[in-house]
Design a protein around this ligand. Sequence first.
Ligand code: 8OZ
Length: 362
Amino acid sequence: MSTIFDPIRIGRIDLATRICMAPLTRNRASPGQLPNDLMRQYYQQRANPATGAALIITEASQICPEAQGYLDTPGMFNAEQVAGWRRITEAVHAEGGRIVIQLWHVGRISHVSLQPNGQAPVSSTAVAAKGKTYIAGGFADVSAPRALRSDELPGIVAQYRQSALLAIEAGFDGVEVHAANGYLIEQFLRDSINDRTDGYGGSIPNRTRLLREVMSAVADAIGGDRTGLRLSPVTPANDAGPDSDPQALYGHAVAELAPLKLAFLHVVEGATGGPRDIAPFDYAALRARFTGAWMVNNGYTRQMALDAVASGRADLVAFGKPFIANPDLGRRLREDAPWNALDTKTLYGGGAAGYTDYPVLD
Ligand code: 8OZ
């Protein structure tokens, strides 16, 4: 029987415990979508596996300029960004921690003011999402997207591949592809959003095509044993309506990735950051189709995490908001110490307040 405090090897990555820091958008990058010293301090504070996380998954980071959907999120597509991230991976490694970067393309969850030349965001569809994003000056409705042509998709796949290669150059232990929470890949997966009539729409194998091509390209570039994937089969986040058959869709998606021997699959159970029981879904059946490490997330308490790993239901547990408010969450889990409360006003944007100034024990 394992505990959340036991080591594990996932793919090529050795972890000191099963405690992971979930990806968390904090909107504190510098102009140029650049990682900076404040971000370095934030990750470093959480990087020692004895007190923090064994594995940090960074905040979602753009694979290309068109992939941005919110103000001041970091990028991973040019040399300056690589140099900035390198300082962060070095700081995390100096603490004995491991760090993978979450790579995303937001698709239609964006705003023309964040897009190159003020152009429309791209998606599987030309139908706008209902929802807001955060831009210069405050919240704004997301913009109407342009549906990608089929001949543009190989270029998007190539951008994921290139971004993953840059991540390795920046010293990351691997990458997590963000295919959750209503962003581009999920905009292709779900039949509630994908209204295409080409080879990327319609049947389940067509809707999972972009995911399959992205994961194959990334795994081919850096190794499946350094590649993870995040899915959220039933989340309603970012106006992602429920798929007509999520069990079949996500089951197929995971089964066809088997040849890639991915390091881990990170599943958001229920509504991201909300109710875990929003819709029925058999996560154990999904796991049965996967051979790598199984990472669970969403609203885990200490007891839930202990039970999930002790029972064998999960290999790893990712904590999100608790890691914002508790840089030493690993120690607090070990000692069963109370957790600091989260200040929700300082989640997105701003400086050190609510970012690097949460207190540790003693
Ligand atoms: C909260 C605010 C902005 C983005 C996600 C990357 O839901 C996000 C995100 C969360 O995956």
